[in-house]
Design a protein around this ligand. Structure first.
Ligand SMILES: [Mn+2]
Length: 296
């Protein structure tokens, strides 16, 4: 974290209100683990009047308390900056009729919530990428061909679709793993699909810079592939990057990249990283029914 020092300064909210900030806490994949989320905020002594949360996506699914997590984050307003993960997208896609829930999904509390529509309207207006003070946050990863500024512009292309009137049709065309190699002249659904797959699903790249979405394990298990954050000469390296999505990695500080999915819903822990002084806070997750680090 040496490139730029974090600055304790006021943040400009989207309504133009100036939010005085004491601490910013970056938190990885909550996945409906509401009790652990509440316990973690208690442990950090989070003060909603002075502090802010950065949530690295996958706020919901696999865990038991999806509705409560979304309600809490929504209630924080501009105090919580939440980027979308693949599970957040998946829930929206279920509502759009693009995909069917599988037995491991736990979205029923959301699907039948009395305030479902309000939660959905909030969720589909979240960003896919956040940049502030020399730091960037994304759920999964960044492609080596992208600068931070380009990634911001590409995320905005997807955000515009998701916020638009035809968001459900957009999601129905989004599913799939192709294309795997970025090109600046990609257009239409192919372009939007690879942007979402990179920001929300990426772990490994092949040496030619193309995406391989299949492996979910530790980097040492697939030495022929390159973790996205290790790709040589990646153009996004002007900023420090926080990400989640990779429970097999666990919490890792890797120079200017910090991995924050410590697998709470799989019996691991939920971690908060305080941006101002790099203090780490964590609480133990409940034992997982499906075994330790059993999935995403
Ligand atoms: Mn994920």
């Amino acid at each position: 974290m040496s490139r730029r020092k974090p600055q304790r300064r006021a943040a400009q909210g989207i309504t133009g209100a100036v939010l005085a900030t004491r601490y910013r806490y970056v938190i990885g994949d909550i996945q409906g683990c509401h009790a652990e989320f509440v316990a973690l905020l208690e442990k950090t002594a989070f003060d909603p009047a002075r502090d802010r949360l950065w949530i690295a996506g996958d706020m919901i699914n696999r865990g038991p308390g999806n509705v409560a997590v979304l309600r809490d984050l929504m209630a924080l307003g501009e105090r919580a900056t939440c980027v979308l993960g693949n599970h957040d997208f998946f829930f929206l896609a279920v509502l759009a009729g693009a995909v069917e829930p599988s037995p491991g999904d736990t979205l029923q509390d959301l699907i039948s919530a009395p305030d479902r529509d309000e939660l959905v309207e909030w969720l589909r207006r979240r960003p896919l990428f956040h940049v502030e003070d020399g730091f960037a946050m994304v759920h999964a990863g960044l492609l080596p061909q992208w600068t931070i500024q380009q990634a911001q512009a590409l995320a905005a292309e997807v955000e515009a679709e998701l916020r638009g009137e035809h968001w459900q049709a957009f999601l129905r065309g989004l599913w799939g793993g192709k294309p795997v190699l970025w090109r600046d002249d990609l257009a239409g659904a192919d372009r939007l699909r690879i942007i979402v797959n990179a920001l929300c699903r990426l772990r490994f790249l092949r040496p030619d810079g193309s995406i391989d979405l299949k492996p979910k394990g530790r980097p040492e298990d697939t030495p022929e592939l390159i973790p996205w954050y290790d790709f040589p000469d990646a153009r996004w390296r002007t900023h420090a990057v926080f990400h989640g999505h990779w429970s097999a990695l666990g919490f890792r500080e890797m120079g200017d990249v910090v991995a924050l999915d410590s697998g709470c819903v799989w019996g691991g822990s939920l971690t908060a990283w305080r941006l101002e002084d790099r203090a780490v806070f964590s609480v133990q997750g409940a034992p997982a029914a499906q075994g330790h680090f059993a999935g995403d």
